[in-house]
Structures are given as C-alpha cells and as structure tokens.
Design a protein around this ligand. Structure first.
Ligand SMILES: C[S@@+](CC[C@H](N)C(=O)[O-])C[C@H]1O[C@@H](n2cnc3c(N)ncnc32)[C@H](O)[C@@H]1O
Length: 267
C-alpha cells in the first residue's frame, strides 16, 4: 500500500505515525494491534486507572449502562486494567472523558441522530458510545491507515451505521448538510492537525452541530492550542462553552483541557 499522499493536510508527526500504522497493518499481527508500539505511544496514557473506576462507579447509570459499556472486547488484544480486569486502561480513560462531557452538557446519547468524530484512533470511543445506547449515524474522519484500522476493529465489535471518510470536502459537506441533532468529537486529535485543516473543519462544525466535544494539549509541535481554541470559541457565539483543565492528563511540559460546547438556547 502506498504512503499517505502529499496532498493530505497532516503534520509531520502524524504522517510518520500513520505510515508506521500502515506498515504494521501489512507486516505485523493485527490481532495484537493495541500492543503495537506506535499505538501505545500515540494513544495510551500512562496514568494509573484505579481512580477512574471510583469516578465511574458514581456516575448516574453506572449499574444500568456504564458497567456493561466498559466491558472490553478481546479484539486487538488490549491489556486488562489491573484494578478492573474486565476493562482496559484505554477504554476506561475514554469512558471517564466521555462522562465529563455528558455531565457538563447534559447531552443524551439516545437522542442524537449523528456523530462526527475527527481522529478517533482505532475506534474505542465509537464502540463505547454505541454500547451506551447511541443508535444513529456515526461518521469517522481520519487518515486512511487509521480508517482501515477503525474498520477492522469496529466491524468486529459494533453493529451500527458507521462510515469512514478521509476526504475533507465530503466530511464538511456532511456537517453543513446536517439536519438532526448531532455531536462533533475530537479528542486529542484536531489539536494535532494543521491550522488550515482545523479551520476548514471547525468552520463547518460551528452552527451545524449541536454539541462539541474536544480535548487537547495546550502545546503541540509549536501550536499554542489554548490561544487557537479561545479564538474559535470567541467566533462561535451560538454556543455556551466550558474549558475544563484535566490535571490527570497534564505532563511536566504541557497542560490538558476539555472544551465542551452546547447550544446557547439550552441554558
Ligand atoms: C492522539 S490520537 C487520538 C486518538 C483518540 N481520539 C484518543 O483519544 O485516543 C490522534 C488522532 O488524530 C488523527 N489525526 C491526526 N492528524 C490528522 C489529520 N491531519 N487528519 C485527520 N486525522 C488526523 C490520528 O490519525 C489519530 O486518530
């Protein structure tokens, strides 16, 4: 399979990582993909997760929904969480992140028609959201090797109306044409993409999606992400915004934040 074409809007690091993922898909054991070095390095945080179970077990609907939703699938051979072996570190971390978004915005997944996810990694959030009761259309936008990995993973773990796009025009076209209730998700992803691509996507997201769910590191390859997202929020005046620091995902060199948006008419 060829390398990512020159005309993709992608930063140098993600060009390398996605080519590594493609090489792994051609040469390594895909049934063990969550243990590939490039996946562990780019997608898994090193945090201890005992406290996440403490948090999740207090979330409303833990017994009726969340407990079952965080049961891990064996696909990709994820490492079980020591403190909660029926789940994995990454799945618990994604669930913890999602629980904050849902609590702050009061968004109800069962009422959503469409979800647009930018940079969903191997598809962990997409699977989790379906297990929590979402039954609408789910569109994944990512680089081609990641989409292939998502398709491998999600076709084995989820029954849903899921599509995969790497063409920016097609993705923004769908966003702009959106008529139902929708969410845009970009966790630790759009903050790692070139400014031109962010602008194109976020301009389409603004006023066309109902809920916005972003997480980001304040610095990435010289980007001042906090300044960039503050500028975006200032333009998107139809939303009520919450920036929330994520001390648990902060490193010695940069901070992490959630950015949650919901339509102003809901407040
Ligand atoms: C750090 S991973 C985060 C994955 C997942 N959202 C998570 O929280 O674990 C970054 C994601 O953004 C995607 N990404 C990075 N640059 C991109 C670009 N220029 N266009 C599309 N997707 C991109 C990567 O392929 C990957 O899926």
């Amino acid at each position: 399979m060829p390398e990512i074409a020159q005309d993709f809007q992608v930063e140098y690091d993600w060009k390398q990582y996605s080519n590594d993922i493609r090489t792994n898909m051609n040469t390594a054991d895909i049934t063990n993909f969550t243990n590939w070095r490039v996946i562990r390095y780019t997608m898994f945080s090193q945090l201890s997760k005992g406290w996440i179970i403490d948090h999740l077990s207090k979330v409303s609907g833990w017994e009726s929904k969340w407990k079952d939703a965080v049961e891990e699938s064996p696909v990709g051979n994820p490492m079980p969480c020591e403190e909660y072996p029926q789940s994995s570190y990454n799945l618990l971390f994604q669930a913890w992140t999602l629980s904050h978004f849902l609590a702050v915005t009061e968004c109800v997944l069962e009422e959503i028609d469409t979800i647009y996810e930018f940079g969903g990694g191997y598809g962990c959030m997409c699977r989790l959201i379906h297990r929590l009761g979402f039954s609408g259309k789910y569109t994944n936008f990512d680089l081609p090797p990641l989409l292939e990995l998502q398709e491998y993973y999600l076709s084995r773990t989820v029954e849903g109306r899921i599509s995969y796009l790497s063409d920016t025009g097609e993705f923004t076209g769908q966003l702009v044409g959106e008529k139902g209730k929708s969410i845009f998700i970009a966790c630790w992803s759009i903050s790692e993409a070139p400014i031109s691509l962010r602008d194109e996507i976020l301009n389409a997201v603004c006023n066309n999606t109902d809920y916005i769910f972003i997480s980001f590191q304040t610095q990435h390859r010289g980007f001042d992400n906090m300044a960039i997202f503050k500028e975006f929020v200032d333009r998107a005046t139809n939303y009520e915004w919450v920036f929330r620091r994520v001390p648990q995902a902060t490193t010695s060199t940069c901070d992490s934040y959630y950015l949650f948006g919901r339509p102003i008419c809901l407040s």
